[in-house]
Design a protein around this ligand. Structure first.
Ligand SMILES: *Cc1c(COP(=O)(O)O)cnc(C)c1O
Length: 468
């Protein structure tokens, strides 16, 4: 064994203690840490590959000197950019143990890891109000969850047309139509990846003043296909205004037209945890495939999402990995290697399992309901001041707003940059209804009313500054 490695084996405990001290300091300082690292992020010039390693303790210290200050406060309470979850205490502990046990959740073989993942998926299914017919797997994020669901949809199109896309390729399908109202950008990325092409997506009319699809427009588009099977991507929680398609009305159209219903509920699925908001995802159980992110509103560390489908047989057709040393998929409970894009897979179920075991449905409902209340509070701050104005009503956990005066792309971006540079808040620039604006997304378990007030004050000050 290399001497540096042998020495670390002897001092494993001390190395982990040093890492733990660093983690505790980072977590303690999170609320006060600047939300975004000032550019340039690298604090020293790039270094060459070390020939002789320094050993774990010295390497950890080097990381602290060179990189730690350059990391953002994205796990903290005032990072409101994109839709960013933090990581609950139990989830962080779980993530440490993922690396410790270093399981490869390919198959059942010699470990209970796959059963732990199955139990986690069962808990998640219950959390989102899905039934036992929805089976699934954990993947790296909602982009991969959408891609997996759409891959199964692609196989279903083949089944309708009497071809196996898994064997013959996407060209065997001819022209493919994917219909959606306000699809997330990851859907077009998935269509590109799957060989269906970004051009397969037809964007449908939305309801007036909304980001939800006009179901009559969807029906008309389906009628035009003249019986040709299609894929419908319904959206449960759009990123600008958190609008929800009417899933029940969309699902009912299947009595008249053949289509696969995929629902992108990356963070919107968590509305199911709040009795006052669960109606927004009514009908989710009728979907053929469902995408939900876990590193957003479940507050587990990156990277984790879940995908569900009612057609595991088709999923196995797509992802089957035939090798002499692997059991063939047995139909009832196939190994994960036959279900997901990856072959080797980390035990990313463990942080999700631990946070659900630690805080339960009620604990996670509290996070969701608090975040919704905080979004409303932030919306009230925006609406009651004179520097900013709302671009849309606050429907759930995202506030879409802009400058009260002359909101150009440049001025809006400058306000976001100034607020982030002050260390107070990260928000994401967007365009809504043709107007440049900003989004503040509440999905971190740590965020409280004082964070909302600090964030709103910093943004209003930056907006007034930009106006003078
Ligand atoms: C975040 C998000 C995605 C993509 O998720 P990743 O985890 O970044 O891959 C897809 N759809 C919606 C609605 C999202 O909010």
């Amino acid at each position: 064994m290399h001497p540096a490695l042998a020495a670390d084996l002897d001092r494993f405990d001390q190395l982990l203690d040093a890492a733990r001290d660093r983690a505790v300091a980072a977590l303690r300082g999170l609320a006060d840490r600047p939300v975004a690292a000032p550019a340039p992020h690298a604090t020293t010039p790039a270094e060459p590959l070390p020939e002789d390693g320094a050993g774990g303790a010295a390497a950890l210290a080097r990381f602290g000197e060179r990189w730690e200050r350059g990391l953002s406060g994205s796990a903290g309470p005032r990072y409101l950019g994109f839709v960013t979850g933090g990581a609950t205490p139990a989830a962080v502990a779980g993530d440490w143990l993922v690396g410790t046990y270093d399981q490869n959740v390919v198959s059942d073989g010699d470990s209970a890891a796959a059963d732990l993942e199955r139990e986690t998926i069962g808990w998640l299914r219950e959390l989102f109000g899905l039934g036992p017919e929805h089976t699934g797997a954990l993947v790296s994020g909602a982009t991969m969850s959408n891609a997996t669901g759409l891959a199964v949809a692609r196989e279903w199109l083949g089944e309708r047309l009497g071809v196996s896309v898994a064997d013959a390729g996407a060209a065997a399908l001819g022209e493919v139509t994917v219909l959606s109202g306000a699809a997330h950008s990851s859907v077009t990325k998935a269509l590109s990846l799957l060989g269906l092409g970004r051009g397969a997506l037809r964007e449908l009319p939305l309801l007036p003043g909304r980001e939800a699809v006009d179901v009559d427009g969807l029906a008309a588009a389906l009628a035009e296909l003249d019986g040709r099977p299609a894929v419908v991507v319904a959206n449960s929680g759009t990123v600008n205004t958190v609008d929800f398609d009417d899933l029940r009305a969309i699902a009912a159209l299947r009595a008249r037209y053949p289509f696969w219903l995929h629902v992108d509920a990356a963070f919107g699925a968590f509305a199911a945890l709040s009795p006052a908001h669960a109606h927004l995802v009514a009908g989710l159980d009728e979907a053929d495939s469902v995408c939900v992110d876990l590193h957003k509103w479940l507050n587990v560390p990156y990277d984790a999402a879940v995908q569900f489908t009612r057609r595991r047989d088709l999923q196995v057709r797509v992802f089957r990995n035939a090798a002499a040393y692997l059991a063939p998929p047995d139909g009832t409970d196939p190994d994960f290697v036959h279900l997901t894009p990856e072959n080797s897979r980390r035990l990313r179920a463990l942080p999700a399992w631990l946070t659900l075991a630690a805080y339960g449905r009620a604990g996670h409902r509290e996070v969701v309901e608090r975040n919704i209340a905080l979004a409303r509070r932030f919306g009230e701050r925006v609406a009651s001041g004179d520097a900013l104005r709302l671009l849309a009503p606050v429907r759930l956990n995202v506030v879409c707003f802009t400058l009260a005066d002359a909101p150009t792309r440049e001025r809006v971006a400058a306000v976001a940059e100034a607020a982030a540079a002050g260390g107070e808040v990260v928000v994401t620039p967007t365009v809504y209804g043709g107007t440049p604006g900003l989004r503040a997304a509440f999905s971190n378990w740590r965020t409280g009313p004082e964070d909302v007030d600090r964030a709103a004050a910093a943004l209003a000050a930056a907006a007034r500054e930009a106006g003078t």
